[in-house]
Design a protein around this ligand. Structure first.
Ligand code: ADP
Ligand code: MG
Length: 691
C-alpha cells in the first residue's frame, strides 16, 4: 500500500522513536525526502571481494571478515593495536600504530568488517592502517545486494541505535510507500539528457542492482544539484537582462585621444576585451562583466578606456579598490591618461583632510568630477553622484556583495565591470560565474620576459642573498615576503621585523633596507612604498600586505619565506610583483616545510607561469573553498556533486537551465523546478524576482 507523501515527516516510519527522530533532525533529516537524500558515503562492491586464501603480499584487496580477537600489543619500540579477522578461508591481522584508543572504540569482537588496503607478510598476512567499515552482521532483505551503501554514521546515531542496517531498512520502507516523487523533468528532457527517473535514481543509489545502474543514479543526482544552481544563476542573469540601463551609444570624444596617446600597443586580448565591454555598454540593460586577467596583463588600461566611453556619454565613473596603496596607484594611472583628454579625476580614500574631502564630494555631487578612484571611502552615505553610469571594482573578490551593491546603488542601474587577477579555475568559472559575463585577458604584453622560479632549502639562503646584492648593484630592487597566517599573526610579524633588523645590520648593512607590514598605518605604508618606488629602498621586507597591486617595474627579485604556507594562487599573485619591467626577474621560494605534498605543490610554481594552470592545480589539491566569492555566496552546498570533476555534467546542466529560463522565465511550466530552486536557495531569492 502506497501511503506516504515525500514531504511527510520521518515519524511516520516504523522504528522511529522520538529520540531517534531528534538525532536525525540534528542531522537535517526531517522529512522522508531528507532521508532519501541522506546519501551513502560510499559503496562497497561485494563482487570485488577477495578471499583471504587468495591474497598475496604487496597487492591491494577488499576483504570481508569477522573480528576474532583484538587488543593492544607492546613491541620493543612502540605500542600497537591489532585486530585479527577471519573469513573462513584464512586469517588476516589489521595493525594500527599509535591510534589504539580510536580503534578500540570502533571495533568489537564478532563485528563483520570490510577492509581495504595493501597486504604485507609479517609473520602472517597483515594490513597496516586499512580503510575499514563495519558491516551488518545479520543479513536482511535490505542488505543482501552485491553493492552495499555505507552511510555516514556519527556517535549520536549509534547511541540511539541507528546503525547501517536500520538506515537501510528505513530507506527501503520509504521507497516502498511513497506515493509520488515530484519528478523535476518532463519525459522529453529525461530522454534527451539520458537521465533516469528520480525514483529510480534514489532507489538505485541506496540499493544498486549493479554498478552501471548505480552510475546512472549518481549521474542523475549530480545533474540535479548542478542544474538547480544553474537555474538559480540563470534567473539572476535574466533579472539583470530585464533591468533597464542607460545605453552609451556613442564612442564620444575621449576614447580615441587616450588610445592614440598610449606609449604601447594594446595586446590582442586587451582589444578583444575592450570590444566586449563596449558592446555591453551600448545595450539597454546593465553590463555585469567580470574581467579576469593575470597579474600584469594590463587590466588598468582597459578600465581607463572603458571609463572614457562612459564619460564620453556624459556619465560619471567610480573605481573602487581594496587598499589605499592600490587606489592611489590606480589614481596615478588614471590621472596620467585621463588628463590627456581633460577628464576630471579625483582620489577618495579614508584618511583625508575634512576640507579636501568636502570639496571633492561637493564636486562629485555637482558633476564637476567625472571619474572617482578610491577605497571603501567611496561607498559612504554622503558620497552622492550626479549621474553614476559605470562602476569598476578591482579585486572584486575582496569585497562583499553588500559593498558592491552599495556602490552600484549610487547610480540608476549603472554598468558594472568587476576585475580580478585571481584566476578562477575553469570548472568553477562556469558554475559560480554563471550570472556574470566573462572577459579574459589571456596574454601578457609582449615586452615581458618570463620570470624564473626556484624552490630552495633554507641552507641556500646565503647564495640567494649574494645574488640579491648583485641585482641591487646593477640598479635593481628586491623584495622579501613573510607569510601572515591569522592565528599566528603576531609571531609572523615578529619574524619579519626580526629579519629586517638582522639583515639591515649584517648581510645588507651597505644597502638601504625597508620594512612594510599590515600593522603600520596608511601614511607610514604610503611613505615606505613611495621610497621603494623611487629606488630609495634597495630591498624591502614585507608581510603579505604587498600582495595586491604594487607596481614597481624595477624590482627583479622576489624571495618568499615559508613558501609552503601559502596557497598556490597567492604565491602566483606575489610572484606577479616582479617581472613588470624590461629586466629578467626571479622568484625564490624558501621551503621550510617537511611535508611531501607541500613540496609537490611548490613544484607547480617552478613549472609554470600560467595562472590558470596554477588555479586548476590548486583546486584539485585544496578544493573549491578558497575561491572567489565562495565564502560570501555560502549557498553552494553539494551533497554528491563535485565541482572539480563534474565539468561535463555542469556544462550540460547549464545549457538545459539556460534554455528553460529563456523560454519560461518565471518557471510557470516547470513548477517542480521552481519549488526546488526556491527551497534550495531561499536565502538568496532576493537576488531573483520570480513573478
Ligand atoms: P594588472 O592587470 O595586473 O592590473 P596593470 O594594468 O597594472 O596590470 O599593467 C601592468 C603594467 O603593464 C603597467 O605598467 C601597464 O602600463 C603596462 N601595460 C599594460 N598594457 C600594456 C601593453 N599592451 N603593452 C605594454 N605594457 C602594457
Ligand atoms: Mg591591477
Amino acid at each position: 500500500m502506497k501511503s506516504f507523501g515525500i514531504e511527510d515527516t520521518i515519524t511516520k516510519l516504523n522504528q522511529i522513536s522520538t529520540k531517534r527522530a531528534e538525532v536525525l533532525l540534528d542531522h537535517q533529516v526531517k522529512s522522508i525526502k531528507d532521508l532519501l537524500y541522506y546519501f551513502p558515503r560510499k559503496h562497497l562492491d561485494r563482487t570485488n571481494i577477495t578471499k583471504i586464501k587468495n591474497i598475496a603480499p604487496a597487492h591491494k584487496y577488499n576483504i570481508v571478515g569477522t573480528v576474532e580477537t583484538l587488543g593492544e600489543k607492546r613491541t620493543r619500540f612502540k605500542k600497537i593495536y591489532q585486530v585479527l579477522i577471519s573469513d573462513g578461508t584464512g586469517v588476516l591481522t589489521l595493525t594500527w600504530f599509535n591510534s589504539s584508543k580510536y580503534i578500540k572504540n570502533l571495533v568489537k569482537k564478532g563485528d563483520l568488517i570490510a577492509v581495504h588496503g595493501k597486504v604485507d607478510w609479517y609473520n602472517g598476512f597483515s594490513i597496516s592502517h586499512p580503510e575499514f567499515d563495519i558491516l551488518d552482521q545479520k543479513t536482511d532483505p535490505a542488505s543482501t545486494g552485491s553493492i552495499i551503501p555505507i552511510y555516514p554514521l556519527t556517535n549520536e546515531f549509534k547511541r540511539v541505535g541507528i546503525e547501517q542496517r536500520l538506515i537501510r531498512k528505513l530507506i527501503l520502507q520509504s521507497l516502498d510507500k511513497i506515493s509520488s516523487f515530484n519528478e523535476m523533468y518532463n519525459d522529453k528532457i529525461l530522454k534527451f539528457h539520458k537521465l533516469v527517473k528520480i525514483e529510480e535514481a534514489l532507489s538505485q543509489l541506496h540499493f544498486p542492482d549493479d554498478i552501471n545502474q548505480l552510475k546512472s543514479a549518481i549521474y542523475r543526482l549530480k545533474f540535479d544539484e548542478h542544474f538547480i544552481l544553474q537555474v538559480f544563476l540563470a534567473l539572476v542573469k535574466e533579472n539583470i537582462k530585464r533591468t533597464e540601463a542607460r545605453p552609451f551609444k556613442d564612442i564620444g570624444p575621449y576614447f580615441q585621444i587616450i588610445r592614440d596617446g598610449l606609449k604601447f600597443e594594446l595586446t590582442r586580448s586587451q582589444k578583444k576585451v575592450i570590444a566586449e565591454i563596449h558592446g555591453d555598454l551600448k545595450k539597454e540593460n546593465p553590463m555585469n562583466r567580470l574581467l579576469q586577467g593575470d597579474v600584469g596583463s594590463g587590466k588598468t588600461i582597459v578600465a581607463i578606456l572603458s571609463s572614457s566611453l562612459a564619460v564620453g556619454n556624459n556619465a560619471q565613473v567610480a573605481i573602487m579598490a581594496p587598499t589605499e596603496i592600490l587606489a592611489t596607484q590606480h589614481y596615478k594611472s588614471f590621472q596620467e591618461e585621463l588628463s590627456e583628454a581633460r577628464i576630471t579625476c579625483c582620489l577618495l580614500v579614508g584618511k583625508m583632510k575634512k576640507k579636501d574631502r568636502n570639496k571633492i564630494i561637493t564636486n562629485i555631487e555637482n558633476g564637476k568630477i567625472s571619474v572617482v578612484v578610491g577605497t571603501h571611502a567611496i561607498i559612504q552615505d554622503d558620497v552622492i553622484f550626479k549621474d553614476l553610469g559605470l562602476v569598476v571594482i578591482d579585486e572584486q573578490h575582496r569585497f562583499g556583495v553588500e559593498q558592491r551593491n552599495k556602490l552600484t546603488n549610487k547610480g540608476l542601474n549603472p554598468h558594472l565591470l568587476s576585475m580580478t587577477a585571481t584566476p578562477i579555475p575553469r570548472t568553477l568559472s562556469i558554475t559560480y560565474m554563471g550570472d556574470m559575463d566573462l572577459s579574459i585577458i589571456d596574454e601578457l604584453p609582449k615586452n615581458r620576459i618570463p620570470i624564473t622560479t626556484k624552490i630552495i632549502e633554507p641552507t641556500r639562503l646565503p647564495k640567494v642573498y649574494a645574488f640579491a646584492k648583485d641585482q641591487i648593484d646593477s640598479g635593481q630592487q628586491c623584495m622579501i615576503v613573510y607569510p601572515l597566517v591569522e592565528e599566528s599573526e603576531k609571531s609572523d610579524l615578529a619574524a619579519a621585523v626580526e629579519m629586517f633588523e638582522k639583515l639591515q645590520k649584517s648581510t645588507f648593512s651597505n644597502y638601504k633596507v625597508g620594512l612594510i607590514h599590515g600593522k603600520m598605518n596608511g601614511e607610514e605604508k604610503k611613505e615606505v612604498m613611495r621610497r621603494f618606488k623611487g629606488n630609495k629602498i634597495n630591498i624591502i621586507i614585507a608581510t603579505t600586505v604587498i600582495e595586491v597591486g604594487i607596481d614597481v617595474p624595477n624590482a627583479t627579485l622576489m624571495l618568499i619565506e615559508h613558501a609552503e604556507r601559502f596557497g598556490l594562487t597567492q604565491l602566483h599573485q606575489l610572484r606577479g610583483r616582479v617581472g613588470r619591467g624590461i629586466k629578467k626577474s626571479y622568484c625564490i621560494l624558501v621551503n621550510r616545510g617537511t611535508n611531501e605534498l607541500s613540496a609537490k605543490r611548490l613544484e607547480i610554481m617552478e613549472s609554470t607561469n600560467d595562472g590558470f594552470e596554477i588555479a586548476d592545480e590548486d583546486l584539485i589539491l585544496r578544493g573549491p573553498g578558497d575561491y572567489v566569492g565562495f565564502k560570501q555566496s555560502g549557498f553552494i552546498k553539494y551533497k554528491i556533486a563535485d565541482m572539480v570533476t563534474d565539468g561535463p555534467i555542469i556544462r550540460t546542466a547549464r545549457i538545459l537551465a539556460k534554455s528553460i529560463i529563456e523560454s519560461d522565465p518565471t518557471l510557470e511550466n516547470h513548477e517542480n523546478v521552481k519549488t526546488q530552486v526556491i527551497k534550495d536557495y531561499k536565502n538568496n531569492l532576493h537576488l531573483v524576482k520570480l513573478n
